[in-house]
Design a protein around this ligand. Structure first.
Ligand code: ATP
Ligand code: MG
Ligand code: MG
Length: 549
């Protein structure tokens, strides 16, 4: 992996350690378990866990589970799996904001006693309209003047379950005229009679993210609380709570630019909609920008970590082109994936002068630049399959493949010459007939002869039949936004090809084994559907960027 590119957050951490402000740093990655993690989260994971790793600190995995209605245990499990798969470990430091609910509740009472929080009867809509706008100050709620005693009593009754959902909220009493709307008496607690995936049915009031987050950071001794830029406006509120509560530590919030990726959507709300509407097969569909989807597509953790290093960490929002992500896996697999032969759309080829029933085992190296990857034996015989596209009866000028009267090299085997074709009743070519030149076997002196090109092949009698899924981008446009974003889905984002023929060594591919299929791209045995003897491969990425203009 490349040396870590420095960034402003690394500089801050370095300075804080040098100046003695902190003896050790503690960061956290704080997902809400309301969906699967996506590639944007990978950026945050690499940043937070990467800082802890490189500066000898630690990084907590914290579930920011303050909204039970949208949260599920399945998501908690998938998040852990995604972080681990990316190559990061939290050790004993897995936490849940919901484990702090009692402490958060006690601190809320202390704000009430200080006159810094009050129970409000306004509805959510009223609160919104009372809040004002950027140019207009907010309006105070009639409940704002309640006494501390009254508020304490009402808040306790909220907790006890006396009121229905939405009947009351607890608000911080800050400043309804603040130019920062986040400080206009933000809601701290709402009533939700709903069980919680981690806390069970203990609570019917739940803290808002803005109240829970900073206090959770403080409880855990987080030194650098790193979040995305949209929270910059919330920072004064983050600090207000810390200033007004007896917290054991003083974390500091820093913001960085979130990752936006072209040809993808990244909000969990939209990803969930794709799953629910059946536009994809699930959160881990290989077309999804989720970590589990990208994994199933065949990406390596190394490629994703390199991608995150490449794009860097800054403070201005920008779009990263999907081709940069694709190039990261292409580079990684170019160096390490064994190269094999797979015929996706088979056409029979018969070698007339090759003895009937004979078989030869050719030894072919897995990688031209990586002798350490070894070689495998590939059977060769009289009947082969080649790619339908590699033969044309009437070729255009410059066609570098096979056509009548022309010669071609079969990769790792012999030069063959096309002598004719066989057809079905409708005149379609069903078989290409050839002769071979035994002197031209790869490695023999005769193999030097120049021919138009090299094509891949498999032995018809030995090949294993497989399903191959050819994936492409999920959207047709770089920025699928707006109300009708779903209309921008790419109708050709997957093509399932069922009757592919692969060289026999691939029969026993294990789930997640990755290969270059020569001349086609990088492919990965599907971790869900691939079986020994009945492999299913996903195309991770083509060999070249077919989207480049
Ligand atoms: P979304 O808005 O996509 O649903 P979120 O921000 O609500 O995501 P969280 O579970 O709260 O999702 O995110 C956990 C952490 O990951 C947060 O610190 C958040 O800032 C960070 N994160 C989320 N999306 C991105 C992104 N696109 N780029 C970088 N970091 C991100
Ligand atoms: Mg969030
Ligand atoms: Mg969100």
């Amino acid at each position: 992996e490349p040396a870590h590119v420095t960034n402003f957050l690394r500089t801050i951490v370095e300075d804080d350690l040098k100046s003695g402000k902190h003896r050790t740093i503690v960061t956290r990655f704080p997902p809400e378990p309301n969906g699967y993690l996506h590639i944007g989260h990978a950026k945050s994971i690499c940043l937070n866990f990467g800082l802890a790793r490189d500066f000898g600190g630690r990084c907590h995995l914290r579930f920011d589970d303050t909204n039970p209605v949208k949260e599920e245990t399945e998501y908690i499990e998938s998040i852990k799996e995604s972080v681990r798969w990316l190559g990061f470990e939290w050790g004993e430091h897995c936490y849940y904001a919901s484990d702090y609910f009692e402490q958060l509740y006690q601190w809320a009472e202390s704000l009430i006693i200080q006159g810094k929080a009050y129970v409000d009867d306004l509805t959510a809509d009223e609160i919104r309209s009372y809040r004002g706008t950027l140019t207009e100050p907010g309006k105070e709620s009639p409940s704002r003047s309640r006494t501390a005693e009254e508020n304490l009593d009402l808040f306790r009754r909220m907790r006890a379950g006396e009121f229905p959902d939405g009947a009351k909220v607890l608000r911080a009493r800050i400043d309804m005229a603040s130019p920062n709307i986040n400080l206009r008496d933000p809601v701290m607690y709402r009533i939700l009679h709903a069980p919680h995936p981690h806390a069970g049915d203990k609570w019917c009031i739940y803290p808002m993210y803005d109240y829970a987050h900073g206090q959770s950071d403080a409880i855990e001794g987080i030194t650098h609380s790193i979040c995305t830029l949209e929270f910059e406006d919330h920072k004064p509120l983050y600090e207000w709570f810390l200033d007004n509560l007896p917290v054991p530590n003083r974390p500091r919030q820093y913001e960085f630019a979130r990752l936006n990726l072209t040809y993808a959507v990244m909000s969990k709300r939209k990803l969930l909609q794709l799953v629910k509407d059946g536009d994809v097969t699930g959160w881990d569909d290989p077309r999804m920008p989720t970590i589990m989807g990208i994994r199933r597509r065949g990406f390596t953790p190394e490629a994703i970590r390199n991608f995150c290093d490449t794009i860097g960490v800054g403070r201005s929002d920008s779009w990263i082109d999907m081709s940069i992500l694709e190039e990261s896996v292409r580079q990684d697999l170019n160096e390490r994936a064994p190269r094999v032969m797979a015929v996706l759309r088979p056409l029979r080829l018969v070698i007339e002068n090759y003895p009937e029933g004979a078989t030869e085992d050719l030894t072919i190296a897995y990688h031209p630049q990586r002798p350490d990857l070894g070689s495998r034996s590939v059977p060769f015989g009289r009947e082969l399959f080649i790619e339908r596209d590699d033969f044309m009866e009437v070729p255009p000028k410059g066609f570098k493949r096979l056509s009548p009267g022309e010669e071609i090299r079969l990769r790792g085997a012999y030069i063959v010459k096309c002598t004719g074709v066989e057809r079905d009743g409708e005149g379609n070519v069903t078989t290409v007939r050839c002769t071979y030149d035994p002197e031209t076997r790869s490695g023999l002196p005769g193999s030097e002869r120049k021919v138009k090109g090299v094509i891949h092949w498999v032995s018809a009698t030995h090949a294993v039949t497989a399903e191959v899924r050819l994936y492409d981008r999920l959207f047709t446009v770089p920025n699928p936004s707006g109300d009708d974003w779903k209309e921008l889905l790419n109708p050709l984002s997957v093509e399932i090809v069922r009757d592919c023929r692969l060289e026999p060594s691939l029969a026993l591919a294990r789930p997640e084994d990755r290969f270059q299929f020569e001349r086609q791209g990088y492919f990965c045995a599907d971790r869900v559907d691939s079986q020994p003897g009945a492999p299913v491969f996903n195309r991770t990425v083509t060999l070249r960027d077919s989207w480049a203009k």
